[in-house]
Design a protein around this ligand. Structure first.
Ligand code: ME8
Length: 663
């Protein structure tokens, strides 16, 4: 581990705010979060930046469509992006908005440096412009489509400031030669080098046709070109003109998709050279997640959203899938089928099953304390050797951004442990001293293997790894555990295990996919808010009577309004928890004329078994709706009690007939 913490700075792209994050954005952000966690576990002082790219014609149009001023629109979008990253557990250390004042100052400062150093001049430009990519399309004729996104270009003529990109052809080629690892992967590097070798035209970096942008000081109506604006955000996030004080610039790594590699490996280093600022050390361009062989995009309507998947299977499952399924750098297809298959096979049956088997046996036969390993047999040593070798291999693979291979190595160790347990059958051993000693060795070996695997897997599966760490009775946070000190054999006997829990409950594939799709549908096409203000439990299928006296006098309704609400006595037939929805119970309720499925937001306060046979009040004429992807046909009435709104189910003091109407 470095003595004084070495600094490490990495970035995701600064995402556009004309839409909300889908699986593609989540992928880049998860990759960065994984590297951040990995570097921290190796002792680095890491800063990760993400942010929102808020200027440009696309945003201007989106705001217009929403009928609100641009500043209001971008503030709302930025807060939604930020909230989603928080919810998914991948919030960056710095979140930069390109409308932040610090960023605006940095952009204007950089432009001043260009001017001082003689790299800008005024001129006119007429060309075909792609408003979707915010870029002039080189060599395109009127009527041509954009070669990147395939949509029509527009002819634009304007007075611009030009950046002397042509002056940087040789310096860039020299830079690539001197820094052979600057562009990754290698295939992308070859593309960029041949593009630059083909000659560079000067680049217009201001616009007069656009209003919504950072003003060029003293040159109104010029505003800066969005790409110049957005790239600069990497620098403004860590101090802007005062970057030396914070000490994180130059960036160690920009992670981007292959669509924006040219901006990062040609324009951005040229801008920094022109300003005589240090250049980033590496740009890594990964491939795309495709849906039915096409790149996902909101305008095509083929996006996959991260939240429904995280709700259904957990965020760790999504992280695992994204990093395991596709070789980093290549394109890959996204399919729910493959996602759920991997969840069940690698997570539920693989890691989850190994952890629960091992912990249950230690619980049962060693009073929940890690046993002391007895005499070892060759197969124990062989497994130990395999795990020790895997440690070095996994660290190297993470370092090379080979996430899929790193996980493959970890899962081959899990597979070896399964085989080992099946062959050694610790559960079949008796109570003789020799058998007990043998069982202790086997279970210590399995527990030690688990400890090593979750320490290695922590950058990818932080929530799961933390659970297993506690299960194994390990002290301290795994996030600050030093990966470089990880060795086979460090598991001390005697540690008290944590409470057993299921890490990844198995799911039925068809049902899981249906629920994810249905939640995605709800998110993409939100229904207008219900007319009755719904407290949390109400939204989850229970009607809550207010616990506190109302502060304003509610409007009175006539009996004819009340009689529109049909409430009947129901009897709960079955009740079960819902995977991926901690607060919900799925009930079937007999309402006299039929048996209904109803979801109720009472899981944190009522055990499912305690409800069976119970008579409840049901609002039966509510339109059906889906909650967390599960159909709910009615509402159970409950009082909402105390500051946390604990639901208390309405009931009767004497027996009542199922189906009776409440009036
Ligand atoms: O380009 N597969 O923002 P953006 C994998 N604002 N990754 C994907 C993806 C997919 N299908 N779709 C998007 C912009 N991405 C500019 C960036 S940076 C100074 C300015 C990821 O919102 C991938 O990282 O269009 C891609 O490069 C990025 O999102 C594009 O995000």
């Amino acid at each position: 581990m470095p003595e004084k913490k070495e600094k490490y700075y990495l970035t995701t792209p600064i995402y556009y705010t004309n839409g909300l994050p889908h699986i593609g954005h989540t992928y880049t952000t998860v990759v960065c979060d994984t590297i951040r966690r990995f570097k921290r576990m190796r002792g680095y002082d890491v800063v990760m930046t993400t942010g929102t790219d808020e200027h440009g014609v696309n945003v201007e149009r989106a705001a217009k469509k929403a009928g609100i001023p641009e500043s209001e629109f971008v503030a709302k979008m930025a807060s939604e992006w930020r909230a989603l990253w928080d919810e998914l557990g991948v919030a960056a250390d710095e979140f930069v908005r390109t409308t932040d004042i610090q960023h605006v100052r940095t952009v204007q400062w950089l432009f001043r440096l260009f001017k001082e150093n003689g790299y800008v001049y005024k001129g006119h430009y007429t060309g075909q412009y792609c408003i979707y990519d915010n870029a002039f399309v080189n060599d395109a004729k009127p009527g041509d489509n954009c070669p990147d996104c395939g949509r029509p270009t527009e002819t634009v003529t304007e007075e611009n400031y030009f950046f002397r990109l042509s002056a940087f052809q040789k310096p860039l080629l020299d830079f690539y030669k001197k820094n052979p690892d600057f562009i990754q992967p290698e295939t992308r590097k070859n593309e960029v080098v041949s593009f630059v070798e083909g000659g560079l035209k000067d680049l217009s970096i201001t616009r007069t046709t656009l209003r919504w942008g950072i003003p060029v000081p003293g040159e109104e109506p010029h505003v800066f070109y969005v790409w110049f604006d957005a790239l600069t955000a990497y620098l403004s996030a860590v101090g802007g003109p005062d970057y030396e004080k914070r000490g994180y610039w130059p960036a160690d790594l920009h992670v981007v998709g292959k669509d924006i590699i040219r901006f990062h490996t040609v324009y951005w280093p040229a801008f920094l050279m022109a300003a005589m600022l240090p250049l980033p050390k590496q740009v890594w361009a990964h491939g795309w997640f495709l849906m039915d062989a096409a790149k996902m995009s909101k305008s095509k309507g083929n996006v996959v959203l991260p939240r429904p998947i995280a709700n259904m299977l957990g965020m760790d499952a999504l992280r695992y899938f994204l990093l395991r399924e596709v070789v980093f750098g290549q394109d890959g297809n996204f399919s729910y089928d493959a996602l759920v298959t991997r969840y069940n096979s690698d997570l539920a049956n693989g890691l989850g099953n190994l952890a629960s088997r091992t912990v249950a046996l230690i619980e049962k036969n060693f009073a929940g304390k890690i046993p002391k390993s007895g005499p070892r047999q060759p197969q124990d040593d062989a497994l130990a050797k395999e795990v020790q070798a895997a440690i070095g291999e996994v660290l190297e693979r993470y370092d090379k951004m080979e996430f899929a291979r790193a996980l493959e190595t970890m899962w081959s160790v899990i597979g070896a442990a399964d085989k080992y347990l099946t062959a050694e059958q610790p559960w079949a051993l008796g109570s003789s001293e020799a058998d007990q000693a043998r069982e202790a060795t086997i279970l210590w070996t399995a527990a030690e293997l688990l400890r090593v695997v979750v320490a290695l897997a922590n950058p990818v599966l932080p929530a799961t790894a933390a659970k297993v760490w506690i299960l194994l009775g390990q002290a301290g946070s795994l996030d600050s555990f030093g990966l470089d000190g990880l060795r086979w054999g460090q598991l001390a006997p005697g540690a008290q295990l944590g409470k057993a829990q299921t890490l990844f409950p198995r799911v039925d594939k068809a049902e899981a996919i249906e629920r994810i799709e249905s939640m995605a549908n709800e998110e993409l096409n939100p229904k207008p808010a219900a007319p009755v203000a719904a407290s949390d439990p109400a939204a989850a299928g229970t009607v809550a009577a207010a616990s506190a006296p109302a502060t304003t006098t509610p409007e009175k309704i006539g009996i004819e309004d009340f009689s529109k609400v049909e409430m009947r006595v129901g009897q709960v037939k079955t009740a079960e928890r819902i995977v991926g929805a901690d607060k919900l119970l799925k009930l079937t309720v007999d309402i006299g004329s039929e048996v209904r499925q109803i979801c109720a937001g009472i899981a944190q306060f009522y055990e499912p078994e305690s409800l069976i046979g119970r008579k409840v009040v049901v609002v039966v004429n509510l339109a059906p709706r889906k909650l967390r992807g599960v159909e709910s046909n009615g509402m159970i009435v409950a009082a909402s009690v105390g500051p946390d709104g604990r639901p208390v189910l309405a009931g009767f003091l004497e027996d009542v007939e199922v189906g009776a109407r409440l009036k």
